[in-house]
Write a protein that binds this ligand. Structure first.
Ligand code: G3P
Length: 215
């Protein structure tokens, strides 16, 4: 399974990338706004740190505007993926961009039909939002499982990015049902590798080792 970082915080990206576990980065307008930095500047910096795909989202809502913006964004670096919202205009833009050889990540996927249409339009990635579905009492994991089945049945090359993941259990379950990628906020990354029993175990080992040295 691949891990993307769901952030535009360069310090967090550098720190977690040093663990050797980061396969890419995803951003959205909310994430960019949080950093308060120039969009192009921060995306270019992220692209220079991480080798894998870096998603940057368009803000136009019409197909022509999305395609125009996407073509500009795609020039920023070789590893850019343009994020396109799942709308009728978004599907048209995705089809055009796919024909032009520009990689896309169709975002805000909440149903199998949305994912299927995005894959058929040529999306490189589709991003079902797990946490936001759970928030309204629907299973995000169930959606990921169904999307994987549909992609495999019809032989689409599109990869599923489990997005809006809120806890380690989301990542575990997404991996079990075959999400190709999970995009993880930095705080959640730490929650994935740390465990209180690991900390207690280390403390005990160190204490036992210290008393053994004193003998
Ligand atoms: O990857 C999508 C993510 O940025 C949205 O997450 O927690 O705002 O639903 P959240």
């Amino acid at each position: 399974m691949k891990f993307f970082l769901d952030t535009a915080n360069v310090e967090d990206i550098k720190k977690i990338n040093a663990l050797g576990l980061v396969d890419g980065v995803t951003t959205n307008p909310t994430i960019i706004a949080k950093e308060g930095r120039d969009f192009e500047e921060v995306i270019k910096e992220i692209c220079s740190i991480v080798d894998g795909p870096v998603s940057a989202e368009v803000t136009s809502l019409d197909a022509d505007g999305m395609v125009k913006e996407a073509k500009e964004i795609a020039k920023w670096a070789d590893n850019i993926v343009v994020k396109i919202p799942m709308t009728e205009a978004g599907l048209q833009a995705t089809s055009e961009l796919s024909k032009a050889g520009i990689k896309t990540n169709v975002t805000l996927i909440f149903s199998v039909s949305q994912g299927l249409l995005a894959a058929k339009a040529g999306a490189t990635f589709i991003s079902p939002f797990l946490g936001r579905l759970d928030d309204i009492g629907t299973s995000g994991i169930d959606l990921v499982a169904k999307l994987r089945k549909v992609l495999d049945t019809y032989g689409f090359n599109t990869e599923i990015i489990a997005a809006s993941v809120r806890n380690p259990e989301h990542v575990e379950k997404a991996s079990l049902v075959g999400a190709h990628i999970a995009t993880v906020p930095p705080t959640l990354f730490k929650a994935m590798w740390s465990h209180p029993l690991t900390d207690n175990g280390i403390k005990q080992f160190m204490a036992d080792w210290a008393s053994f040295q004193e003998k």
